[in-house]
Design a protein around this ligand. Structure first.
Ligand SMILES: [Zn+2]
Length: 327
């Protein structure tokens, strides 16, 4: 309806003031007439901008700075996610996957959240991010602006976009997973609690067969964004990301380095689901005091990430989704 009004208006070239007003009246009458038969167009959100994802990260950190299991911040993080998906919950498209994890610090209650945006093609693309912070870092001022917070914000922002622009291709599911980090020290049994749990559930209930691809977002707000060529990720998905970067003019931000990461993609790969880890592990300067840069330090704060990098990450996810649908 909007475009019809626009084209009618553009076609009118008034020769005099009175014919101009006559044509305006004609347009208004046409709009009024059409409005009797057409429901109003839904409010359309624009594509998420880096600035809006950055602002959402700030909001998330303000209400849930420390998000280790059992803390008030962890609960606040869960509520922040739930608050943003009330319309999906009302439609039955929001699931809570609660379970008890046996950790070296004893049993812990964990929760994954799944938000579904139905598409038109049979199949699902899952976008995943962990939202919690490390239990072993609970006694330092670790807020994980890059590690967990900005990718939670990225998924929320993409979800807000899919709400007003439902997927034309495969359905899109957002997975906000808990317990990615080790509770004591990283091992196969002490890490990836949330994704191991949901991957097993999706395998046993048949959901895994419907999943065309799963993309993990982790630490991709870094000001100096350099997404790793992660070698365990499914090869055709790595090719998709390379192409997505070329199409969006972000090739300089991807694949300058290559390596293998243990991350939330692994439990899905182990179940035969194509999965890609979109991660930048090279975060901040490496010094004698901080050999791993800002990673898992109190320096992982909002000033170390940028709206520009979040824009790049958002572009890469949206373009990858488009390319997966074309495949
Ligand atoms: Zn981490």
């Amino acid at each position: 309806m909007t475009s019809l009004f626009g084209s009618t208006q553009n076609a009118v070239i008034p020769s005099t003031q009175s014919s101009f007003w006559r044509s305006q009246n004609l347009c208004i009458s046409l709009v009024l007439l059409l409005s009797l038969f057409c429901p109003p167009a839904p409010a359309r959100a624009q594509q998420p901008t880096g600035q809006s994802i950055y602002a959402l990260t700030q909001q998330f950190l303000a209400v849930a700075p420390k998000r280790f299991n059992g803390s008030p911040g962890h609960l606040a993080a869960e509520n922040f996610i739930k608050e943003h998906f009330k319309p999906e919950a009302a439609k039955g498209n929001f699931d809570t996957d609660q379970f008890t994890a046996n950790t070296p610090a004893g049993p812990q209650t964990m929760r994954n959240y799944i938000v579904r945006f139905p598409g038109k093609k049979d199949g699902v693309i899952v976008l995943a991010s962990h939202y919690e912070t490390n239990y072993p870092l609970k006694d330092i001022a670790f807020v994980g602006a890059n590690d967990g917070a900005c990718t939670t914000a990225l998924l929320i922002a993409l979800g807000q976009y899919f709400r007003t622009h439902p997927p034309e291709g495969y359905s899109i599911w957002l997975l906000f997973d808990d317990g990615e980090e080790a509770v004591r020290s990283w091992s196969e049994s002490d890490s990836l609690y949330g994704t191991r749990h949901i991957a097993a559930r999706w395998f046993s209930d048949g959901t895994a067969r419907r999943i065309k691809a799963l993309l993990v977002a982790d630490m991709i707000g870094d000001r100096d964004l350099n997404i790793l060529l992660e070698t365990q990720s499914t090869p055709w998905l790595r090719a998709i990301l390379r192409q997505a970067a070329a199409n969006t003019h972000h090739s300089a931000n991807v694949f300058k380095t290559e390596g293998s990461e243990e991350d939330d993609h692994l439990p899905f790969l182990q179940r035969g689901i194509p999965a890609l880890d979109v991660i930048d592990v090279d975060y901040g300067p490496h010094t004698a005091a901080t050999p791993d840069g800002y990673h898992h330090t109190a320096q992982d704060t909002i000033d170390k990430i940028s709206p520009q990098s979040l824009q790049v990450s958002s572009d890469l996810f949206q373009e990858s989704i488009r390319l997966i649908n074309q495949r």
